[in-house]
Design a protein around this ligand. Sequence first.
Ligand code: P6P
Length: 337
Amino acid sequence: MSGIKTLGQFIIEKQADFSYAKGELSRLLRDIGIAAKIVNREVNKAGLVDILGDAGTVNIQGEGQKKLDVFANTQFISALTSGGECCIVATEEEDDFVPIDSPVSKNAKYIVCIDPLDGSSNIDVNVAVGTIFSIYRRKSVEGMATLADVLQKGTEQVAAGYVIYGSSTMLVYTTGKGVNGFTLDPSIGEFCLSHPNMKVPKDGSIYSINEGNYVHFPMGVKQYLKYAQVHDEATNRPYTSRYIGSMVADIHRNLIKGGIYIYPTTASSPNGKLRLLYECNPMAFIIEQAGGTASDGFRRILEIQPEELHQRSSIFIGSEKMVKMAEELMATYAVTD
Ligand code: P6P
């Protein structure tokens, strides 16, 4: 039986996949893994120290920041700054992008878009939360990187991943050559390969959506829910509804078991709620690499050209057959919306 393979060993082993790679991307992924372990430590003892609850501040989204949101944001920016491979960080928790201007980052060529702690409203009730990250190569060749370096289509990502702080802590990532999952072994403080070559089932019978927003859903979504709830054993219906309120947890389950996660336009989120740069794009890259599909109901998520840092999008993501069915209904009923 082959021995334990840590994230670090795996990253180095796969570095050979990239002729241009001289180790910078490997080191960048390592830096993210280190920050994830630090955040994990705080998330796991959140009930024991004064880090639960609100930070008393509000982010650009107008959302009250949790103390752990702010802690996680600080940890990832600090790790990316000292790691020297990143020149800009775009994070949910900062109004503007954060230029990394440190002596070790002079020639940094990577951009990181990150949601440091997604689903943080669940922390105080001990429900799984996650970190979502997306990595691009900078396009500008001199001077400080700019917003244009950040506003790249999802197809330009060189890597993407998430960390789920759940019953166990896992890091799942892709560099465009498939998806691999690593589980943190606290006894050695290492992420160890536990889910090699992850594939999302082509079909499934779980749907994840906040049905509290039903009244203002697009008709195509309402029709999809009606389809999901019809009794038809031949097609495994009625489907099961599972909604955790934590995108990483819902999508991680659907990645393993098959399923669809939908956050469409709603009354309070007329452009969708999830952010394109650091939630939709990285999750779409991962799910596509695992054989699934991700769209805004009409367009492939990865093809959307970002126009602003905190741009939002609808998202339909998961098993290919389920997303295609939802897209067909969205197209059919688009004219009635
Ligand atoms: P709602 C968490 O705030 C988040 O960004 C996702 O993780 C989650 O799926 C969604 O929003 C929950 O939103 O409106 O259903 O509470």
